[in-house]
Design a protein around this ligand. Structure first.
Ligand SMILES: [Zn+2]
Length: 700
């Protein structure tokens, strides 16, 4: 037998063979696929017989690179959700080869030239808008990939890319290692006063897994955050706050052994390389490079947008903070409120003011009910059905589903997705959607349906006193996160575009990509939707009206402070890549402090090194792009307002039509046209900031 049939990573006949794939398969598969892709590139480079056409040039090139992209996607995914030393080693060994291949492809002058010929050909006018956009995007990406550089600079450009990829990987490894390494063992239950039972049960189980007696906490969010939020013992809050805030930094050494994972050097080096890349490409800054394919036009425009938002939010943030300080002093006896008191005091103030706790709410959101409610909503809004499906998975907790649509010709498969909900050791933090396969019409005339990975880090089910596994209870924030990721998933899976490069989320401007995800979050606040997805863990009762009203009243609790915090992160990111000089004496910390002094109402302690685990911009592709969340929120809030208007006007038919129009103009078209055009087609006008401010309880 050939490797083609024995290596499961080379099996593209169906779903990824997660049951068979082992670390030792990675190197041979990736090497084989790179060889195949290079051969296809060589063919595509050869002078065309006659004129360059879509079919004789773009199609074969896409075919060859798609397999490599898919196989590496599987490896990359496993590395993020099932980190083991063996997998990490082979990932790191192969990643430079992948980067090298894509960088070479991005700089290939012969291909660049052929795209230019295709653009100039008489045929171009006859291409579909989606195909035209792919050609235009390709030309832009070639320029940004250094294809126009002289030979020597091209080599340097490639080195820079490879080095950046390595640094990003090291950055996230440091964060993950520092997170996994930290263990706080509490042996006296009295020290855990204030903590909810399920949090204590999870901590007890964690200690048992390590053969210890007591309660063990880590720096994984579901473990450390409840301490900040609920632990009455101030020293305990301070201890875990410090450990988390100094994670993967030079300050980590003061509190533990974490200094070996210090990201200081990685950050400095990344910023230097990005600056050098921008200069090579003849851009003023890396922020300019980053914005080139985005919806926002210039860094100045983005900074202006953020500063405007900061100005509008500031009075609300100041009021939030003054109230919190007064409450901490008067009611909790905390006269000198510190960073590690903020979540705790906020939770107590919220409980007092709105007379409910996050814990109380959580009891209405058992996982099976929430997931069923979400699926029901999607089915209703977009006229599809979601059903369990079979697939090999990487962990027993992972589930697999199919989305179908019924039409004139019977039931039709639209897309499929993996759902991996729980936090576990070796799984990267946060929640995300990734594509396992994109939609396209193959040369054989068959539609390849899209597949998505939906990954979260929620609390896993824990056993009760009798050893019976209880369903996870989601916080309302976790429910919102789940809806958010599903928004991305729907964008990817409900696409109707036949061209891989612009189907689903592919080719969507980065700063517009959060539109469907943030849009979906809004439903977590709708009474009708909540009725369908809540059932009290003991009584089975849906969320009562009184509690809902309190939640709604509390919805914009501290929204001023939260908005400012997001603006602060966005401005730090923007300035680091716009007017920060990585080769000067100024340090990243100086810049962070400067932005905070200017915009924050609550300045974190001087040891806070949040940027050392700011994976979005140092390991996740959000460099000079973190503003995208707020930018897209303008779009998502304004889009959701169309649904609110439909409800106000009587709902029914109008609401159905709005759902259909959202599907047709936003989800279905994916990246096949500019996001602004899609927005205008849906809304009938340009976006405005009013709905965003209103949703956050601020005046426009
Ligand atoms: Zn998102």
């Amino acid at each position: 037998m050939t490797t083609e049939t024995t290596n499961p990573l080379l099996d593209f006949s169906g779903l990824p063979r997660f049951d068979l794939i082992r670390p030792e398969h990675v190197t041979p598969a990736i090497e084989q696929l790179i060889l195949d892709a290079r051969a296809a590139v060589r063919q595509a480079e050869a002078p065309a017989q006659g004129s360059v056409t879509w079919d004789n040039f773009v199609v074969p090139l896409e075919e060859a690179t798609e397999r490599l992209g898919r196989a590496w996607g599987v490896v990359n995914h496993l590395n993020h959700v099932m980190d083991t030393p063996e997998l990490r080693a082979t990932y790191n060994e192969n990643q430079p080869k992948i980067t090298e291949f894509w960088t070479e492809l991005g700089q290939n002058e012969a291909l660049f030239d052929k795209y230019k010929q295709l653009r100039a050909s008489a045929d171009f006018a006859n291409l579909s808008p989606a195909r035209k956009r792919i050609v235009e995007n390709a030309l832009r990406d070639f320029r940004l990939g250094g294809a126009e550089l002289p030979e020597k600079q091209k080599e340097r450009f490639a080195e820079i890319q490879e080095e950046q990829a390595k640094l990003s990987t090291r950055f996230s490894e440091n964060v993950l290692d520092a997170t996994n390494d930290y263990k706080l063992l509490v042996t006296d239950e009295a020290d855990l006063s204030g903590l909810p039972d399920d949090v204590k049960a999870a901590a007890r189980a964690a200690a048992e897994r390590d053969g210890k007696t007591g309660w063990q906490f880590s720096l994984h969010f579901p473990s450390y955050f409840p301490i900040l939020q609920f632990a009455d013992k101030r020293e305990l809050r301070e201890q875990i706050y410090r450990a988390n805030a100094t994670k993967a930094s030079e300050m980590g050494a003061v509190f533990s052994e974490l200094e070996k994972w210090d990201n200081t050097g990685n950050i400095a080096q990344l910023l230097k390389l990005r600056d050098e890349e921008a200069k090579l490409l003849d851009f003023r800054s890396f922020a300019h490079v980053s914005l080139e394919p985005k919806m926002a036009e210039t860094p100045e425009h983005v900074i202006e947008f953020l500063e405007d938002l900061a100005r509008r939010a500031r009075p609300y943030a100041e009021k939030d903070l003054a109230e919190l300080r007064a409450f901490a002093k008067d009611e909790l006896g905390i006269a000198d409120m510190q960073a590690w008191d903020v979540a705790y005091a906020s939770e107590k103030l919220r409980e007092k003011r709105y007379a409910f706790s996050a814990q109380e709410v959580k009891e209405y959101f058992p996982e099976p009910k929430v997931v069923a409610g979400l699926f029901g909503l999607i089915s209703k809004l977009f006229d599809v059905t979601i059903a369990p499906d079979d697939a090999p998975v990487w962990h027993p907790d992972v589930r697999f589903f199919r989305i179908e649509k019924s039409g004139h010709s019977g039931t039709q498969l639209v897309g499929q997705f993996y759902l991996d909900l729980y936090a576990r050791p070796g799984k990267g933090q946060g929640a995300w959607m990734d594509d396992a396969r994109g939609r396209r019409l193959t040369t054989g005339g068959i539609v390849q349906t899209p597949i998505a990975y939906l990954t979260c880090n929620f609390t896993p089910p824990v056993a009760d006193m009798n050893g019976k596994l209880q369903p996870s209870l989601f916080t309302h924030d976790e429910v919102t996160t789940l809806f958010h990721e599903f928004g991305h998933g729907l964008h990817h899976m409900l696409t109707e575009v036949d061209e891989l490069s612009v189907s689903g989320i592919s080719g969507v401007e980065w700063d517009a990509v959060e539109l469907p995800s943030q849009f979906m979050e809004n439903f977590c606040w709708e009474w009708d939707v909540l009725q369908g997805m809540t059932a009290h863990v003991k009584t089975g009762e849906p969320l009562p009206r009184a509690l809902y009203d309190k939640m709604l009243a509390a919805k914009n609790f501290q929204s001023g402070m939260q908005t400012l915090r997001q603006v602060e992160f966005s401005l730090i990111d923007m300035h680091l890549h716009y007017d920060f000089d990585p080769n000067s004496q100024q340090t990243v910390q100086n810049l962070v402090d400067e932005v905070r002094n200017k915009f924050s109402v609550l300045i974190p302690p001087s040891f806070n090194r949040f940027q050392h685990s700011f994976g979005h911009i140092f390991a996740g592709g959000y460099a000079a792009g973190y503003y995208s969340y707020k930018w897209a929120e303008v779009l998502s809030a304004d889009a959701y307002a169309a649904f609110e208007e439909a409800v106000e006007a009587g709902g029914g038919q109008l609401l159905d039509e709005t759902g259909k129009r959202f599907h047709r103009e936003i989800l279905a078209v994916g990246g096949s046209r500019p996001a602004l055009e899609s927005f205008k087609a849906f809304r009938g006008r340009e976006p405005t900031i009013d709905a965003l401010l209103r949703h956050n309880g601020m005046q426009s």
